[in-house]
Design a binder for this molecule. Structure first.
Ligand SMILES: [Zn+2]
Length: 411
């Protein structure tokens, strides 16, 4: 089974925009109500039966079951009789809201770092889903949404051949409305098998990544390059009266700015991933938990460059799409091992940017040395021979500043 999500910008009429906003409002109210119900149930069970809670809680009978997805979906059908405005929204789209809440709750209990689900304000509730589609809902330049009808789209790319659309998601962003279409195909693709040429990729600190072919790719500074502009926009916002029309315009400008930065980042990362994939058959990376990076010392840097999403999502996806073998290898001591003699050379301090081996006198940039170690570990993992003779002279190391233009022409 192959699943792709395609994103298209949609061009709704004024009437359709009103309808979308109404959908979002109703879905959000259902979400918040259902969330409140769950929260109240949980809190009513917090204190022991012979004690009183310090804060006031709802008293919910002891035999009342937890408002699970199933219970809440049943209650929703009942609620529609009492509150007819709920019927304005497509029934399945409304059910999806409860599913989404259910997922947020179960995610929290599985991965507590995600945080407890929150009530959603207007800004934090920006999409709704149609899980079932009508027949022949795709046409050139337009799509048919269940219970809304035909909507014009900007068809920036053709629909994929041999795939059937499974789900629509309407998303509101600062630059307008978008439609995410989930396409599915029942065909299966065999997983890529390891090829001849390997490439080790090391997530660097000073550089974005180091490659085992000796190249270093500089950290992009998408947001940090434009901080001046952001500060100016934020200053403008401060001088406006909160809630006024000009204030709203200003808020939208800042949201647009962030959207543009995010788009530029994704574009660059995708192009870089393609660039790497066209150089090798096997791509090996370190198995790093980037969550701790984004909280620690390199917070600003790693969030701005998007290194975590590059290694964990974009690169594996592009590698799979291009039929390249991708694997994560053990990260331990990758920067403390010498790639040539494979001896332990000791811990490096953060400012030490050069790997200097005291046993074989190899001198390499730190990130390149680490990526060579990663490549060797990857080769061992797939059962390929690893030669000790790394011609360091041939692998001319140097910092490479890739511009978008280089990346476009590279593949
Ligand atoms: Zn050495």
């Amino acid at each position: 089974m192959i699943t792709f999500t395609y994103r298209y910008k949609i061009k709704p009429t004024k009437q359709q925009i009103r309808k979308f906003d109404q959908y979002l409002d109703i879905c959000r109210s259902v979400y918040n109500f259902a969330h409140g119900e769950r929260k109240a149930w949980l809190e009513s069970r917090k204190s022991r039966i012979d004690r009183c809670s310090i804060v006031s809680e709802y008293i919910i009978p002891a035999d009342a079951t937890f408002p699970s997805y199933k219970n809440q979906a049943k209650a929703l059908t009942e609620a529609k009789k009492k509150f007819p405005h709920l019927k304005l929204v497509n029934a399945q789209a409304l059910q999806q809201v409860l599913k989404r809440l259910d997922k947020a709750w179960s995610d929290f209990f599985k991965i507590p770092e995600r945080g407890f689900p929150r009530f959603r304000s207007k800004n934090r509730f920006r999409s709704f889903i149609f899980p079932q589609l009508l027949k022949n809902c795709l046409d050139n330049g337009r799509v048919k949404l269940p219970s809304i009808g035909w909507i014009k789209i900007r068809q920036s790319r053709p629909y994929p051949m041999g795939f059937t659309p499974k789900q629509f998601q309407v998303v509101r962003r600062a630059s307008g409305y978008y439609l995410m279409i989930v396409f599915q195909s029942t065909e299966t693709v065999p997983d890529p098998i390891p090829g001849k040429i390997s490439l080790g990729v090391d997530a660097g600190i000073e550089n974005f990544i180091g490659l085992s072919n000796g190249k270093l790719i500089k950290s992009p500074r998408f947001l940090r390059n434009q901080l001046k502009k952001l500060r100016r926009l934020q200053r403008q916002l401060k001088n406006k009266i909160k809630g006024s029309n000009n204030w709203l315009k200003s808020v939208n400008k800042i949201a647009l700015f962030h959207e543009k930065v995010a788009n530029t980042r994704t574009d660059w990362l995708l192009k870089l991933a393609h660039h790497l994939c066209s150089q090798a058959d096997n791509i090996f990376v370190e198995d790093i938990n980037f969550n701790s990076w984004s909280k620690g010392l390199f917070r600003k840097q790693s969030l701005d460059s998007g290194i975590g999403s590059f290694i964990n999502q974009i690169l594996p996806f592009v590698a799979w799409k291009r039929g390249k073998y991708f694997e994560k290898v053990n990260k331990d001591f990758s920067s403390q091992e010498c790639p040539v003699c494979r001896l332990y050379t000791g811990k490096k301090l953060l400012h030490q940017r050069i790997h200097e081996c005291q046993y074989c006198n190899t001198v390499l940039p730190r990130d390149v040395a680490a990526s060579l170690v990663i490549e060797q570990r990857g080769r061992i993992a797939v059962g390929q021979p690893v030669s000790n003779q790394i011609a360091c002279g041939e692998r001319g190391a140097g910092v490479l500043q890739l511009t978008l233009f280089d990346l476009v022409t590279a593949y």
